[in-house]
Each structure stands twice: as C-alpha cells, then as structure tokens.
Design a protein around this ligand. Structure first.
Ligand SMILES: CC(C)(COP(=O)(O)OP(=O)(O)OC[C@H]1O[C@@H](n2cnc3c(N)ncnc32)[C@H](O)[C@@H]1OP(=O)(O)O)[C@@H](O)C(=O)NCCC(=O)NCCS
Length: 194
C-alpha cells in the first residue's frame, strides 16, 4: 500500500497529466499517484501516455458505457479527446485513476472533492473485466485513501436506479443508500461516512 513518486528530468507540459510536480535542483519530481491494492491490482493516476489505452477500452465498450444515460462514451469520441481531458482536465481537482490488473488496463475510478470533507466517486470497467471483483476492491481502496490521506468525512456516489451491478458494488464496499435523497437526474444517493 502507498503512493509512488516518479522523478523526471523533462519539463512537464502545462497542467501535465493532472499530476502534481515539484521543481527541485532542476529536476521535476512528478507525483504520479499509485495506490496498490494487492499483488494483482494497482490504481494509477492517468498520464498522457495512457490516452491511447484508455481510448481503446472506451471505443470497444461504447454500448456498455452508454447504458442508463451514462455520458462516458459521448465525452470521448477520439483519442485526442481523451488526451485533452488528461492534459487540460475540466476539473483539475478530480483524481482520475486507471485500474491496472497486472499489465492490463481494465477501467477507471475517480475521486472528486466537493468541499467540507465530501468526495464523490465514479467508475467503470470494460465489459470484459466485469464479475471478477475488481471494482469492489478498487472502491474500497479509494475510500480508504480518501479517509486516511484526504481527510474525507464522507464519500458518496450518485447511481442510476437501473445500475444494479453498481449498487451491488457500493453495498459490498460498505456504502448505504440514503432514502429520499435524489440527484437532479433522479439518481440514487449512496454514502459512506468515516
Ligand atoms: C458497475 C460495474 C463497474 C460493476 O462491475 P463488477 O464489479 O465487475 O460487477 P459484477 O458484474 O461483478 O457485479 C457486482 C455485483 O453485482 C451483481 N450484479 C451484476 N449484475 C447484476 C444484475 N443485473 N442484477 C443483480 N445483480 C447484479 C453481481 O452478482 C455482483 O455481486 P456478487 O459479487 O455478490 O455476485 C460495471 O458493471 C460497469 O462498469 N458498468 C458500466 C458503468 C457503470 O455503471 N458505472 C457506475 C456508475 S455509478
């Protein structure tokens, strides 16, 4: 468990990869966050070199990622659009991780601060990587990271009421549904508190 620091000598592009970097003695120290889950799975913060791999997974999963008003597929029509979203993210505070199983990119999970210690999560897997428990383990690890390292008091998710697999993942990770609380889109509110 823990995070990994990558040291580079090249100047990162402006807003590079949504990672933090520190200039020290003419070295740029890239803080590419990695959260190891176990021998099999590592969450690795997106970097520009992942754009093609991310695009390929989205491109072969467009139907899967368009169910129940899911916007993921529509946001990334091209590899360039994925690269742009990494280099100039609409919300630079959102942490976006690839879910790497051994050397395979299987999906993503993200963590977005909402102020006052509240964080939202969002995620998807390529359809071919479902039903192996990868997402339940990833959600548990992100929640642990948020509580221990980001001083979160609550992590929540908004879920379309027909997303049965997603609700099952959240329940297995310890989330509870808050009855009567719905998003503007009618999504159900799932929450876990410290
Ligand atoms: C949500 C998602 C990540 C879950 O992937 P996963 O963890 O591999 O999910 P699984 O298919 O293993 O299902 C998880 C649980 O839901 C159950 N489940 C799956 N589909 C189900 C269905 N249609 N009805 C009832 N239960 C279902 C599984 O049995 C499993 O429970 P178990 O481990 O106790 O057997 C994946 O389905 C996905 O990427 N979907 C598209 C994007 C998405 O919906 N993202 C969530 C946004 S809120």
């Amino acid at each position: 468990m823990g995070s990994k620091v990558v040291v580079g000598t090249e100047t990162p592009a402006s807003g590079a990869d949504n990672t933090s970097f520190i200039r020290h003695a003419n070295l740029f120290i890239l803080m590419a966050l990695e959260l190891k889950i176990d021998e099999e799975i590592t969450l690795r913060q997106f970097s520009a070199k992942d754009a093609k791999t991310i695009f390929n997974l989205i491109d072969r999963n467009r139907a899967h990622l368009s169910q129940h008003n899911d916007k993921t597929s529509g946001k990334y029509p091209t590899e360039e659009s994925v690269l742009q979203s990494i280099q100039n993210p609409p919300n630079p505070e959102r942490l976006r991780f690839g879910i790497w199983v051994d050397d395979a990119f299987t999906g993503t999970i993200n963590l977005t601060p909402f102020g006052s210690g509240r964080f939202e999560i969002g995620y998807y897997l390529g359809s071919e990587f479902q039903k192996r428990g990868y997402m339940t383990r990833s959600v548990k690890r992100i929640v642990e990271y948020a509580f221990k390292e980001r001083d979160a008091s609550e992590v929540f998710a908004n879920v379309h009421p027909n997303k049965t697999a997603s609700m099952a993942v959240l329940k297995k990770a310890g989330f509870s549904r808050i009855e009567g609380r719905l998003s503007e889109d009618g999504d159900l509110y799932y929450s876990i508190c410290k």
